[in-house]
Each structure stands twice: as C-alpha cells, then as structure tokens.
Design a protein around this ligand. Sequence first.
Ligand code: PMP
Length: 377
Amino acid sequence: MNPLVTSLLREDLRGRTAYGAPQLDVAVRLNTNENSYAVPADVAAAIAVAVAEVAGHLNRYPDREFTALREALAGYLRAQTGQPIEPEQVWAGNGSNEVLLHLVQAFGGVGRTALGFTPAYSMHPIITRTTGTTWVDGLRGAPTGAFDLDAAGAVAQVRHHQPHIVFLCSPNNPTGTALGLDVVQAVLDAARGSLVVVDEAYAEFARPGTPSAMTLLEDHPLLVVTRTMSKAFALAGARVGYLAASPDLVDALRLVRMPYHLSDPTQAIARAAIEHDASLLASVEAIKEQRDRIVAELDSLGYPPVPSDANFVLFGGLADEEATWQTLLDAGVLVRDVGLAHHLRVTAGTASETDAFLAAVSDLPDSHRQSPTREES
Ligand code: PMP
C-alpha cells in the first residue's frame, strides 16, 4: 500500500485483512454456502415482473420504511417460527451483513466492546471493528476444546468481559451446529443490559426440533435475531437480510441507516420471492439430504464431520488443510479453508456436486490424513 494511504488510514485498520473468500471460476463451487439451486423459472419470472413494475418509477426514492417488505417478512417469520412477529419488529438491509452493521453502529462504537465465540462467522469481528468497537474473541468449547458452546462457558465469558454486545451464531458458521436455547437464555440472563445478537442465517436448514431464538423475543427487549434471504431463499445475489427485535430497538436503527438504503428493485425482488416462498424453499429439503449424506460419507471415509444444522459441513482429520484445499481445487471442487487447523468446510449443494466432492475426497492420497504420529511430530 502507498505509504501516504497507510499513514492516513485509521490506525486500528492498518494491517487488517479484508473479507476475501475466493471467487473462482470452478465447476463445483462449495465455498460460500450459497444455495446451489437456481431460482425456479416461475419465481424468476415473477421477480422480473416485479422489477419491471418499479422500473418506471426509479426517478423517485424508494419507500424509506420498506413498509410492504416488512409486512411480508413479518408474515414469513410468523409462519416459519409460530411467533407473533409484527412488521414494526422487523428491519432489513442489503444482506444480513448490513443489518449487523446497523446494530453495531447503533449500539457499539469507540470505547465499547463486542464479544463473540470463536470460531464463528468471520464477518462479526470485521463488521464490529469498522465502527471502532473493540472486538473480544471468546472461545467455544472451553474446557473440552470441542466446538460446542455450553451455557456455563458462555456465561463465564460474558461475566468476565461485560461486553455491550454479544454475538451468538446458531447454526454456527463454520462449525454447523445450532445452539440449545438454554445457552441463549443463559447468555441473556448474564448479559442483562447488553445487546444479544443471535445470527440465524442458516435457521431454515436446522434439524427437526431446533427452536429459533425468536421464541425468546417477547421477554427480551435487547435480543435481536438476524436472518437472511441469501441461503435458504437462494437469493444471495439480491442482497437482502433482516432481523426481528423489539419495536424500540428497531426504531433506533433508523438513526444509523442511510436514507433509502433499500432500493426499489431490492424491495420488489424480496417481496416477489416471499410471495413464492414455498417454491423457493423447496430446495431446503434436498440440500439437507445432501448435507446428511456428506456427514455420513465423510464419517465413513475417516474425515470426522461436525454435526450440522446448516447447509454446510465442517470436517477434520486433515494433515494439512491448505494442501487438501489445493488438491480438491485441482480436482475442480472449491471448498473453504476457514483457518482452522486440520479442518475444511464444504457447502451442501446438489446431488451431483456432492458426488464430485465425495469422489475428490475419496481420491485423496493417504498422505492427506492426519495421523496420530504426524500430529505428535
Ligand atoms: N451470517 C452468517 C452466519 C453467514 O454465514 C453469512 C453469509 N455467509 C451472513 C450472516 C451474511 O450473509 P448476507 O449478508 O448474504 O445476508
């Protein structure tokens, strides 16, 4: 970087790395947890009509309060979670990343801290730091070293750090497992007076019997549950994320958003998609089948998978994850190196993508396996 640029850049951003999941032109792309199923033709046609309808009015700013979209999102959440969610409890942005940014802009800032439990979604610390908020890297699995976050471990860390914001991620990216509501409840109790964000980007893929943190909204004015249309809804390209929280909390987000932040086409696309939710969400069951197949097969291939409630699987048992990532890429399969020693993450997509991934893994020479002796040496 030009030294003039470096010297003017905010000190806390110097030397930081930007988010950078590779966007490579590879046959089988299983590295960013997109939905591999294309938008069905009838839904794509409805979206095109909806966008055409607003095209002639683009001389005007869009509805700043995205009223019709909020009504549609609240209706979807009521049906999906069984909770009495009203439009004034819903907020949306250009991807859930923007919704998370609004939260940290409003409730974080210089001199304030946010706590997350690593490994979790890599953007939580990046978004947090853009606002000058201090990020605290908490740990999952202490004292077992596994990836599960238990109530006692989470509560101890919340009490110790006393953060203004706590990030939970359920199902957790990159590990895949959903949190029990006991953990969310325990964190809410320990973090009274702080914002508790539960990132449920992958909620629709959870195994049966996994409750949403939306069920706790009524009693907790500082609880926020974020969702996205990028995963189950197969709309990553549209950039629509949203959240549910108490009306007052949602109201506060107006203080930090840019006016008219959701364009008319974005609102139109999202509304058309929700009108066709059954058709769009039909891929969820097929993806869960592939996920469960990946878990079962990796287990029998001797690369231990982490139980998953999401559309991806984290697996271990690798001698050198960077070398395996490259070998799989050379075989035409792009997966994700999430920076966890001996592990890689793969998105569950179509059956033929799973075939290609599993074939590439079966073809890995034995040198890719993490052996106990190799570990010790
Ligand atoms: N939360 C989690 C846990 C994610 O994995 C992602 C995307 N990978 C997001 C939020 C953000 O997604 P988007 O901005 O597309 O809604």
